[in-house]
Design a protein around this ligand. Structure first.
Ligand SMILES: NCc1[nH]cc(CCC(=O)O)c1CC(=O)O
Length: 309
């Protein structure tokens, strides 16, 4: 069966998007290693992020909302691997856990649902999002917009929009596509809305000490995705930022061994925006962290304070 002579236990959250990503991962592993269907067993693990639905994530303030319970299941041997949206994985991971592989990245952009463009929204529009980055980027272009905290999974958010609670919402194209909603919304150009670091990437973790499983995972790694996302995460680390601060970062492969890395930080109202773009060698996480720190050096004291909380 597998190199473990028993099914490989794949841990995932239970949301429809998480399950779709778990399924993609299982498919990739089975195809690469020639395993039968029953070689992989899916184990659903509920996380704090899934449980708490009534507050903005920034408000909960807790760390590792999407990872803690899966980390524990890895440590206890209840699961062998954990599948995550890389966007939801903190930059600082426990020493004992390794991000061993990433699947090929999907569309990195955000999609606006409910209007053709931000400019096309009515005066003083209501926009639903719980992402400080999306909120700031909306306000930058539409200072008259009011942002409503919008949580819940993709289907819940679309239902709230349908019910007329807001004029529009923003969702990751990758998530919509993986849920079979390819035709919903208008993709925002990355110049207008730089994606969150790691957006559109799925990562697979296992225990650092588990050499057998590490090798199985490394065999399905998409190195281009891995290297770009790793640099985006390094910018985030340099900023000391979390997913609760308005940060965009996107790495795109330029030549064989360089990544064109763009990053920006914004004030909550979007009025202040500090941006940078550099060519960085693959794997040079120090340069990417330095780029993050340099953004802060150019920010006003008020903006800098957002990242020191
Ligand atoms: N924060 C929730 C989250 N985490 C990953 C995705 C989508 C998939 C991805 O970006 O890889 C989403 C939903 C969204 O932002 O619309």
């Amino acid at each position: 069966m597998t190199a473990l002579s028993r099914p490989l236990r794949l841990g995932t959250r239970g949301s429809p998007l998480a399950l779709a990503q778990a399924h993609m991962t299982a498919q990739a592993l089975r195809a690469r290693h020639g395993w039968p269907l029953e070689a992989i067993e899916t184990v659903i693990v509920q996380t704090s992020g899934d449980r708490i639905q009534d507050r903005a994530l920034a408000e909960i303030g807790g760390k590792a909302l999407w990872t803690k319970e899966l980390d524990r299941a890895l440590a206890s041997g209840e699961i062998d691997i954990a599948v995550h949206s890389m966007k939801d994985v903190e930059t600082l991971r426990p020493e004992t856990i390794r991000i061993a592989a990433m699947l090929p990245r999907a569309d990195v952009r955000d999609r606006l649902v409910g209007a053709e463009s931000l400019a096309a929204l009515p005066p003083e529009p209501l926009v639903g999002t719980s992402s400080p980055r999306r909120a700031a980027m909306v306000r930058r272009q539409r200072p008259d917009a009011t942002i409503t905290v919008f949580r819940g999974n993709v289907a819940t958010r679309l239902a709230k929009l349908e019910a007329g609670e807001v004029h529009a919402t923003l969702l990751a194209a990758a998530g919509l596509d993986r849920l079979g909603q390819e035709n919903i919304g208008t993709a925002m150009p990355v110049d207008m809305m730089l994606p969150a670091p790691s957006q559109g990437a799925v990562g697979i973790e296992t225990l650092a000490a588990n050499q057998t499983v590490l090798s199985l995972l490394q065999a399905i790694n998409d190195a281009d995705t891995f290297d770009c996302v790793t640099l985006e995460r390094a910018v985030l680390k340099g900023l000391g930022g979390t997913c609760h601060s308005p940060i965009g970062a996107l790495g795109v492969l330029a030549h064989d061994d360089t990544v064109r890395l763009r990053a920006e930080i914004l004030s909550s109202d979007g009025r202040e925006c500090v941006a940078d773009e550099r060519l960085i060698a693959r794997g040079d996480t120090c340069a990417a962290e330095a780029m993050g720190r340099a953004l802060l050096d150019r920010a006003s004291p008020a903006l800098r304070a957002l990242f020191e909380a």
